[in-house]
Design a protein around this ligand. Structure first.
Ligand SMILES: Nc1ncnc2c1ncn2[C@@H]1O[C@H](COP(=O)(O)OP(=O)(O)OP(=O)(O)O)[C@@H](O)[C@H]1O
Ligand SMILES: [Mg+2]
Length: 380
């Protein structure tokens, strides 16, 4: 059931108005600071529109259950249609719990107002009515990469090799924009399959910038922060020290690439309740080229190029190295993945690989919404 902010006394109303103004001022002043700090900051105006709560309630039929398209650690996501423009949108309603969510809301609005790239999701607007915090995004018709890899709907097309490489290359390009085109660089901090959304023709876009940080400037190599992120994707040195670098994102990208290739989750909760870490599982297999086919997703049914698999796994293996300075820069990953994505695999013309030699791993489990998924959270 949906709800509206309660109408109350005029003093309550003016208090709400003051709070709203405060948020808008906060957004504007932080934006000005960021614009001063970023060379590549985009336009001087915040492109995102402001919406009232009732506009967004109307867009979603009062947050009707059948408009619900997803739920994450910070709130629920609804599909809606804006009355003003008839545009179909995705509306994220943040849980009304505490300051941390509010901070992430501000960062999300600011980052997506200043950063624009074909591989980043587009923020249409936001609502900061009273204690309501909602974000309005372009609707991504094919949902998240996680849905396709780990929660396939029966009858829906499975991701083939060419589509997987296209998604990997596009996601890497989004990250390259954050690291190398934005100035100062932006560390994304929350790269994972559920944050890679898919548009028409599987065009990938990174979403969820609430944890993003402006990267180190000058001689500094890292920014120190408390450890936030998602188990399984978080680089080991960041988890241990809280020192965040661009290479922390490269590690997370390596985990995503491994998921794309293997179809396995970053953390697989086995039936017995133990954890299985994808990187720990794949590492011994990286050492022996002959074992690479064991990593390939059995759902591909051997329909992938042997050389392409070898190259994609080599990239993933480099990205997830323990030593951050041994990991490649994202620009090099983009170059390699662009090449791989351009080498189209044709199962009619090229041999089908033997995929019957996979070692025993926990069975892929179909998750029920919200269970056993790793969420973005404070990790330390
Ligand atoms: N713009 C969008 N268009 C279409 N679907 C979306 C959009 N944004 C989010 N979703 C759907 O809603 C789901 C939940 O997204 P959300 O970002 O709230 O959580 P999450 O990324 O799954 O988890 P976490 O809170 O840990 O980041 C996504 O997995 C996706 O399926
Ligand atoms: Mg998300």
């Amino acid at each position: 059931m949906g709800w509206f902010p309660c109408s109350g006394s005029s003093s309550q109303a003016s208090k709400k108005k003051r709070k709203k103004k405060e948020i808008m001022n906060q957004i504007q002043s932080t934006s000005d600071n960021m614009k001063n700090a970023t060379k590549d900051g985009g336009s001087n105006q915040i492109a995102a529109k402001t919406f009232t709560f009732s506009e967004l309630a109307a867009a979603t039929g009062n947050f009707r259950r059948d408009c619900l398209i997803g739920e994450g650690g910070f709130g629920r996501v609804y599909k809606g249609r804006l009355g003003s423009s008839n545009q179909v949108v995705a509306i994220k309603q943040l849980d009304r719990s505490g300051l941390q969510g509010n901070h992430e809301f501000l960062v999300e609005v600011l980052m997506l107002s200043l950063l624009h790239h074909t591989n980043l999701v587009n923020l249409i607007g936001y609502c900061a009515d009273g204690d309501q915090r909602l974000l309005v995004y372009q609707y991504m018709p094919l949902g998240s990469l996680e849905d396709h890899l780990h929660d396939p709907v029966p009858g829906k097309k499975l991701l083939d090799w060419n589509t997987r490489m296209k998604i990997a290359a596009g996601a890497a390009k989004g990250l390259e924009y954050l690291h190398d085109k934005a100035s100062p660089p932006v560390i994304y901090r929350d790269l994972k399959c559920s944050n890679i959304l898919l548009g028409e023709d599987y065009h990938p876009k990174l979403s969820d910038f609430g944890l993003a940080k402006l990267g180190p400037v000058g001689d500094n190599t890292h920014v120190s922060t408390r450890v936030m992120g998602t188990y399984g994707y978080c680089a080991p040195e960041y988890a241990m020290t809280g020192q965040l670098t661009l290479k922390s994102d490269v590690y997370s990208f390596g985990v995503v690439l491994l998921e794309i290739i293997s179809g396995k989750k970053a953390i697989e909760n086995s039936k017995t309740g133990g954890e299985q870490n994808l990187v720990a599982w794949a590492r011994p297999l990286f050492k022996d080229k002959r074992k690479f086919s064991q990593i390939a997703d059995p759902m591909l049914q051997g329909q992938y190029p042997a050389r392409g698999l070898f190259q994609a796994l080599s990239i993933a293996a480099m990205c997830v190295q323990d030593q951050p300075n041994m990991r490649p820069a994202i620009a090099d990953v983009v170059t390699a993945l662009n090449y791989l994505a351009s080498q189209k695999y044709d199962p009619e013309a090229q041999p089908i690989q033997d995929s019957n030699r996979a070692p025993p791993t926990p069975p892929r489990t179909k998750r029920d919404a919200g269970f056993e998924r790793e969420r973005t959270k404070r990790l330390l």
